[in-house]
Ligand binder design. Structure first.
Ligand SMILES: NC(=O)c1ccc[n+]([C@@H]2O[C@H](COP(=O)([O-])OP(=O)(O)OC[C@H]3O[C@@H](n4cnc5c(N)ncnc54)[C@H](O)[C@@H]3O)[C@@H](O)[C@H]2O)c1
Length: 329
């Protein structure tokens, strides 16, 4: 690839990052893409054939030398690398802080040493925590309930501060519950949508923590990728965080019902105790998003979940045919 914008994606081998790479590779304004990822939660397998079209650098965002080398000549940095889990942060708050908060600081420092590319970074709706106002407005006070949420508050606050102090062009985006193809189950910190689909396809019951009336603003990964791609190509800047969700509200019980319909088998729901650090209700006020990105399109939940279920079915059948072909391994 020659010409076009030079983009760095940290965490590009993760769920959102690998989807974003596919979007960016299809966009005519994008030139070279460099991925920085230490593969701690991601996998190059998620990039599939796209791996050959990116400059993949395995390593941590805590490695200054690696960041400096990757950033030379960059027009934009999309900073997605993080340990993205509330329970993981409750179990090990210090590591979450290092990767998520210090990692963001290192990325910003490297950007400052480079020629000030646009920095788009992922924050999380968990920053709102115990804030009772619904829908969540960016101007309401953050009330984090977990070390993960604190690390994400640091992420968005550092971006704002680097804009104020050094004039860096920044865009902190507050993701809500993002779901879609390439979001994997099968690890202890997996998100609810892949865990439930995987359990149902294996004939297992799904666990609802608490009574299931808690609500989430489920956002299809395509919406997230579309907004970030527009941000890069249109060089959209905001000192203050922007919610990246469209203000929908789905209870966990309704999600279970819809997934059961799509799978055609229903979902067997079991209730477990509520998890520490989890928030009761999460719904974005999308006004700031729609002001900056007027064309943002919500993917209907059923459509997004159907594509997600299809990806899980395909992945399971690919794995089965590989195992069948290769015998016992
Ligand atoms: N998925 C969601 O619903 C959601 C919601 C809110 C915020 N976010 C944020 O979006 C971003 C992407 O999340 P995701 O769901 O794709 O998670 P993911 O775990 O699939 O991706 C994170 C990627 O970062 C990489 N990584 C972790 N530590 C690293 C380090 N020190 N150096 C370099 N790479 C490192 C991982 O290997 C992985 O590829 C994260 O910042 C997360 O906090 C996600």
């Amino acid at each position: 690839m020659t010409g076009g914008l030079r983009v760095i994606v940290t965490g590009g081998a993760g769920f959102i990052g690998s989807n974003l790479i596919s979007w960016l590779l299809r966009h005519p304004a994008i030139g070279r893409i460099t991925v920085v990822d230490d593969l701690s939660t991601g996998s190059t397998s998620l990039l599939g054939g796209d791996l050959a079209d990116v400059d993949f650098r395995r390593g941590s965002v805590l490695d200054e030398g690696l960041l400096d080398a990757a950033m030379a000549g960059a027009d934009a940095v999309v900073h997605l690398a993080a340990l993205p889990s509330v329970p993981r942060s409750v179990a090990d708050p210090v590591t979450t802080h290092h990767v998520n908060a210090t990692g963001t600081l290192q990325v910003l420092e490297a950007t400052r040493r480079a020629d000030g590319p646009l920095v788009v970074a992922a924050s999380s709706s968990s920053v709102y925590g115990a804030q009772p106002v619904l829908p969540k407005v960016e101007t309401s006070r953050a009330m984090p309930l977990s070390p993960y949420a604190v690390s994400k508050l640091a992420t968005e606050a550092y971006l704002g501060a680097y804009h104020a102090c050094y004039g860096l062009p920044v865009l902190p985006l507050t993701f809500f519950n993002v779901y879609g193809p390439r979001q994997r189950a099968g690890h202890p910190y997996a998100a609810v949508v892949p865990v439930w689909i995987d359990a149902a396809l294996s004939g297992q019951p799904v666990t609802v923590h608490g009574d299931g009336t808690q609500t989430r603003d489920l956002t299809c990964v395509d919406t997230v990728c579309e907004v970030i791609t527009t941000a890069i190509t249109g060089r959209v800047v905001s000192q203050w965080p922007v919610n990246l969700a469209l203000g929908t509200r789905t209870s966990l019980l309704d999600l279970a019902g819809l997934l059961g319909e799509i799978l055609g088998t229903g979902l067997r729901v079991e209730h477990g105790p509520p998890r520490p650090g989890d928030v009761a209700h999460s719904q974005a006020a999308p006004a700031r998003l729609l002001e900056l990105f007027p064309g943002t399109r919500a993917v209907p939940l059923r459509e997004g979940l159907e594509r997600t279920v299809a990806w899980h079915r395909q992945t399971r059948s690919d794995t089965r045919s590989y195992t069948d072909a290769g015998g016992s391994r």
